[in-house]
Design a protein around this ligand. Structure first.
Ligand SMILES: Nc1nc2c(ncn2[C@@H]2O[C@H](COP(=O)(O)OP(=O)(O)O)[C@@H](O)[C@H]2O)c(=O)[nH]1
Ligand SMILES: [Mg+2]
Length: 203
């Protein structure tokens, strides 16, 4: 699927704060996860070719809902807030961590998780926790390095190299995709992974 991939229809389905409130497990799911401000809303919008399906925020960390979007009536894109909400208490963060952990390990229809990591910085402790948690998930796991437009060509190669080494150091071998919501870099490659793990002709 080339860069010209067109999404015909995107509909917001629901925002769930608990597993019990999630969409029924009838369609395959592709989740996007990452700490706040990593560029998740922007990348979801870019991936779907929409300006504002997912809210791009100037004040990160306000929402703590798992948002479901129905794409072409065929599969769900799931916006999964990551760990580490400074605004929440330790107890609240632990509850949220368990919710996310259960979602990625127990959700039968979850096929693919794009884990977003800022290309400009080494992975954080929260990124590491998520990398390790996703090891326990039956879904495929792809790392999307975000905001690649902010780096030079050399900086992008360094980001790839650094992240690959880091991931390997955790005993993981994962595909890495350099992405940018500004210039659309990586979008076609992300759709290729959807083809592989959700099925071809999903559009
Ligand atoms: N240069 C650049 N800025 C980005 C990119 N993606 C997001 N941003 C900016 O980063 C900030 C956080 O983006 P947002 O999508 O709300 O992040 P979220 O909190 O992870 O959902 C916003 O100011 C965006 O404009 C990108 O690919 N390139
Ligand atoms: Mg967001």
């Amino acid at each position: 699927m080339g860069p010209g991939v067109v999404v015909r229809e995107v509909a917001f389905v629901r925002g769930a704060t608990r597993l019990a409130h999630m969409a029924e497990q009838t369609l395959p799911e592709v989740a996007f996860v990452g700490r706040s401000n990593v560029g998740k809303s922007s990348l979801i919008n870019c991936f779907l070719g929409r300006r504002s399906v997912a809210r791009v925020s100037g004040s990160p960390g306000k929402t703590r809902e798992i948002n479901f979007y129905l794409v072409n009536g065929a599969f769900h894109v799931v916006d999964l807030p990551g760990f580490g909400y400074a605004k929440f208490s330790r107890a609240q963060r632990n509850v949220w961590r368990r919710t996310i952990a259960r979602y990625v390990t127990e959700r039968g229809v979850l096929r693919l998780v794009f884990q977003l990591i800022d290309a400009r910085h080494p992975p954080t402790a929260l990124d590491r926790d998520m990398l390790l948690l996703l090891k326990e998930s039956p879904a495929a796991h792809v790392v999307a390095l975000t905001k690649a437009d902010k780096l030079s060509g050399n900086g992008r190669q360094q980001a790839l190299y650094r992240t690959r080494r880091y991931v390997e150091g955790l005993g993981l071998e994962l595909p890495l995709v350099l992405t940018s919501s500004e210039d659309g870099r990586g979008r076609a490659e992300m759709w290729d992974w959807v083809d592989v793990h959700v099925g071809p002709h999903i559009l």
